[in-house]
Design a protein around this ligand. Structure first.
Ligand SMILES: Cc1cc2nc3c(=O)[nH]c(=O)nc-3n(C[C@H](O)[C@H](O)[C@H](O)COP(=O)(O)OP(=O)(O)OC[C@H]3O[C@@H](n4cnc5c(N)ncnc54)[C@H](O)[C@@H]3O)c2cc1C
Length: 482
């Protein structure tokens, strides 16, 4: 029970929809405040998310789960919509709150809003305290030897790894003292975050369990079964050797420090190659935030401005075929359909599909970035932008433009039995392994036996990869003035 004179504090949840390892929440509970948990649906123009429709679906379920977990502590999650400043000012006057705590966010619109808001609240005599936790290291903390920011991943990793282990995760509070009076709350249903007609998210439900409990379960399962072999098998989309934690991390249902610590103290049957490689991937997320912090236009401007002159093609029909998974290249189509059906795509296939859009279709990477942002449940302002620029070759520490993935050999190498393709492109199910990644090269008898009719049941390739590659190389060489 709080002391009757205890002050009320607003705990503003944002990209940290969890109770454990939540520094702002733990501090508020420890210091004996009456805590008013709040989530604000900021207007779309604010640009703070959810980033797209698929993440809106996730947010709905994540807030439901958070609300239930907060109820179990004898408290309530208050939902309000509107610009953060207006919502907080209203709530402060309605509840006599004297303090606002939050965990910091690192997307450029969020940083700008928080900075102005903090100054204004402090001016009005409100105590504001902000905490770390969304990433492993704050973007300003890690510096190169010369005191600047990093542009290359490996030295970034070395600096991060060398700066010591992240702090041990903080346990969830056992109870949350309630404010004297509860203010009104919006109803989550009224926010209409779920699709109705058509319900394009039907396939999401069997795939995911949004919320902190789902995140913890997925992490435990992955450490138990998927982590062994991660380094060598993480590139195979038909196998279960990736964690699929990204949507949970995107909305902060689990902290990256908790993920890191789950890979410590494992028995001898775990190879350090696997868990260190896994940590390195988690650190790519931090690196992406580091880049975004120092280059806030990462999602809209080429990091390397040489690419500003690239002759992108305006080809809406090809773009649509890519979006719908109708390119005639099975690994590309499987990836795009996995994305549409489940809100997720395996990392190797993200690289292949992105390379195909940029280098085979010569469509601006920003079109791909926008499509992924709208359709990924893990849409992340930093990782999405940084990864698209990485594939395009325009980014910091990017893959060189001339590394152009061949969608057929990539498929053959990383999905040798076609397990992944058969799951998402069922019309090719009966194709023999030899032709599963290149039905257009299969003899007619093979196609007939597999019930495939090119151009009817499955598309012919929309471009010839060999020719498309030459065209892309010529465009790139033009850029370099060769
Ligand atoms: C074109 C393209 C777009 C992408 N867009 C996003 C995005 O919007 N959101 C997103 O979270 N990731 C994005 N990624 C990065 C990566 O594909 C996903 O993080 C990964 O596939 C998530 O699956 P997982 O959780 O099973 O990964 P695991 O292999 O299990 O890795 C564990 C965690 O490490 C982080 N991670 C792994 N790889 C990367 C990476 N290359 N960059 C940044 N973080 C990484 C993620 O948080 C991930 O959950 C993109 C990659 C590409 C090529």
């Amino acid at each position: 029970m709080p002391h009757t004179s205890a002050k009320t504090l607003i705990l503003w949840f944002r990209k940290d929809l969890r109770l454990s390892d939540h520094a702002a929440l733990a501090t508020a509970a420890d210091e004996g405040f009456r805590v008013l948990p709040l989530y604000i649906r900021e207007p779309e123009e604010a640009g703070t998310g959810p980033l797209g429709a698929a993440q809106g679906w996730w947010l709905h379920h994540s807030l439901t789960a958070l609300g239930q977990a907060i109820d179990a502590l004898g408290s309530r999650l208050i939902l309000r919509s509107g610009p953060a400043e207006r919502v907080l000012t209203d709530l402060i006057s309605e509840t006599d709150a004297s303090a606002v705590f939050w965990n910091r966010r690192y997307d450029p619109p969020g940083i700008a809003i928080d900075k102005a808001l903090k100054a204004k609240l402090i001016d009005n005599g409100i105590e504001v305290r902000t905490f770390a936790g969304q990433i492993l290291h704050e973007p300003t903390k890690l510096k190169t030897g010369a005191g600047g920011h990093f542009r290359v991943y490996t030295p970034f990793w070395k600096a991060l790894d060398g700066s010591g282990e992240p702090a041990e995760p903080i346990p969830s509070p056992k109870s949350l003292p309630a404010p004297e009076h509860w203010p009104t709350s919006d109803s989550l249903e009224d926010w209409s975050l779920l699709p109705t007609k058509p319900n394009w998210a039907k396939g999401f439900e069997s795939e995911w369990q949004p919320g902190e409990a789902g995140a913890q379960e997925r992490l435990a399962d992955f450490v138990e079964t998927g982590l062994k072999g991660y380094r060598t098998r993480r590139d195979f989309p038909g196998e279960a050797h990736v964690s699929m934690l990204s949507p949970h991390l995107a909305l902060g249902e689990i902290s990256p420090a908790s993920v890191w610590h789950a890979t410590r103290g494992l028995g001898d049957d775990y190879s350090s190659e696997d868990y260190i490689h896994f940590r390195k991937e988690v650190v790519w997320r931090d690196f992406s935030y580091h880049l975004l912090f120092h280059f806030p236009d990462l999602a809209v401007k080429n990091w390397n401005d040489k690419f500003d002159a690239f002759p992108w093609r305006d080809a809406p029909e090809l773009l649509e075929k890519w979006q719908k998974g109708q390119t005639g290249y099975p690994i590309v189509d499987a990836g795009m359909r996995q994305l549409w059906q489940t809100g997720f795509m395996h990392n190797r296939v993200r690289m292949i599909t992105a390379s195909f859009l940029i280098k085979d279709l010569l469509i601006d990477w920003r079109e791909g970035e926008r499509w992924f942002r709208d359709t990924l449940v893990d849409a992340d302002p930093a990782s999405n932008a940084a990864s698209w620029q990485w594939v395009a070759g325009s980014g910091a520490d990017a893959a060189p433009f001339f590394r152009i993935f061949n969608p057929i050999t990539q498929g053959e190498k990383f999905d040798p039995e076609g397990t992944y393709v058969r799951r998402f492109v069922p019309e090719l199910k009966a194709m023999p392994d030899k032709f599963i990644h290149k039905p257009s090269e299969a003899p007619l008898t093979v196609l007939r036996d597999a019930g495939v009719s090119l151009g009817k049941t499955y598309p012919k390739p929309i471009v010839d990869h060999g020719k498309a590659r030459d065209t892309a190389m010529a465009a790139f060489q033009g850029l370099r003035g060769e």
